[in-house]
Design a protein around this ligand. Structure first.
Ligand SMILES: Cc1cc2nc3c(=O)[nH]c(=O)nc-3n(C[C@H](O)[C@H](O)[C@H](O)COP(=O)(O)OP(=O)(O)OC[C@H]3O[C@@H](n4cnc5c(N)ncnc54)[C@H](O)[C@@H]3O)c2cc1C
Ligand code: FES
Length: 356
């Protein structure tokens, strides 16, 4: 085990001890401090922060899209990649007072596949069962890392259910990509009764306590955490006004329609608005047509007092953030998870200190 150093976060005045082998984000999470994050792999920039004091910091491999060289030179860093070799002070650029001390313990478990069914031609509904009697707590909207059997690799997947307390189960909605390391395994090999290693929970895509109206924008497997949050809304706050815009290419890409329509019956102020960007000619469709972001722009006029939650592929998330901001949604009230991928991207090797 390497040496430990103190990392102080400003402006919140929290201090944690970080071992040299650990990245700062992980050390914080293990000490119950939830910092803003997304991919945990240097891809999404959600954990970007500014180094106020200290220089001896080494970064694991990251994408220069998340941290361009000029920002590194100015003193920015990625907490999910940063290892510290002296005491440092970090300014959090983006933090959430409500979340920061609400961290749940990170756990590992071996879960068993209960079902692995298609919900569309390329989306799977995977249900895992936790070992009997084992508690695995998470907030609706959070995710776990699932190990790919036979490899050291993991992939992140958001829970679609609200809790494992009674069922002992975790539910996921997973998109299958041809050649995808995890998803092809899921598509072609993973069977009922197989076991998977899971670690979590992670993520800050959780419903904040607020009376504000809600707008959800999702695409593809972004359905999973939004479904989890909507299911929790039905349990906790059924009168809150909420609209869920879901973007799909064609009718065959829509999933959980009966449940979403039944939520409209249960929640008097909830609407579900699916939008098809490439409807099949001749197929019956009375709903919205076009990119989901254009449909949001068409339906909404003033989001100044709205909390927005966005989840799905990074380009959709970025387009949605622009539209929501144009419509007045405050930047700090737009919560999102970008489903970044782990595959190779433009990366840069460690900087700031030679590897030890
Ligand atoms: C916080 C977080 C939560 C996530 N939650 C979910 C979830 O609930 N459900 C879910 O399905 N995914 C989710 N993801 C994405 C997931 O972790 C994987 O990245 C994804 O499933 C691809 O993994 P893979 O091993 O199948 O493909 P990889 O082996 O990583 O990629 C293999 C090939 O597939 C292509 N590919 C992979 N993803 C895409 C893409 N988005 N668009 C186009 N081509 C692609 C790659 O370019 C590559 O050529 C989440 C990601 C993050 C960061
Ligand atoms: S870059 Fe650090 S969490 Fe995504």
């Amino acid at each position: 085990m390497g040496e430990k150093h103190v990392v102080r976060f400003e402006p919140v005045g929290i201090e944690i001890d970080v071992e040299e082998e650990q990245n700062v984000l992980r050390a914080a999470a293990e000490q119950g401090i939830t910092l803003m994050h997304g991919c945990k792999e240097g891809q999404c920039a959600a954990c970007k922060s500014f180094v106020l004091e200290g220089e001896d910091i080494e970064l694991d491999k990251y994408s220069t899209f998340a941290l361009p060289d000029f920002e590194l030179d100015e003193g920015f860093t990625l907490l999910c990649r940063a290892h510290v070799y002296e005491d440092v002070t970090i300014e959090l650029l983006n933090y959430d007072e409500e979340m920061i001390r609400s961290g749940l313990p990170i756990q590992s478990a071996v879960a068993t596949v209960v079902s692995n069914e298609n919900v569309t031609h390329d989306l799977r509904h995977l249900v895992l069962s936790l070992p009997r009697g084992e508690e695995f707590r998470f907030f609706p909207g959070q995710y776990v890392d699932i190990g790919i059997p036979g490899t050291a690799a993991t992939r992140s997947f958001s829970m679609a259910n609200t809790s494992a307390k009674e069922s002992g189960q975790l539910e996921f909605v997973i998109k299958c990509y041809p050649g995808g390391m995890f998803s092809e395994f899921l598509d072609t090999r993973l069977a009922v009764g197989d076991v998977l290693d899971i670690t979590g929970p992670f993520g800050v895509f959780t419903l904040r306590d607020s009376p504000a109206e809600l707008v959800f924008v999702g695409g593809g497997a972004g359905m999973a955490p939004i479904l989890s949050v909507l299911r929790s809304l039905a349990e906790r706050d059924p009168l809150r006004k909420a609209t869920f815009y879901y973007g799909a290419r064609a009718k065959r890409d829509l999933c959980f329609e009966p449940e979403l329509r039944s939520l409209e019956q249960q929640l008097p102020n909830f609407s579900y608005v699916p939008a098809l960007s490439e409807p099949v000619e001749g197929e019956q469709w009375d709903g919205e047509v076009g990119f989901v972001t254009d449909v949001v722009r068409k339906h909404e006029t003033d989001l100044r007092r709205t909390d927005a939650y966005v989840c799905g592929p990074p380009p959709m998330v970025e387009a949605a953030i622009t539209v929501l901001s144009d419509l007045g949604a405050p930047e700090q009230r737009i919560f999102y998870d970008k489903f970044t991928t782990t595959g190779e991207s433009e990366t840069t090797p460690a900087t700031g200190r030679a590897s030890t």
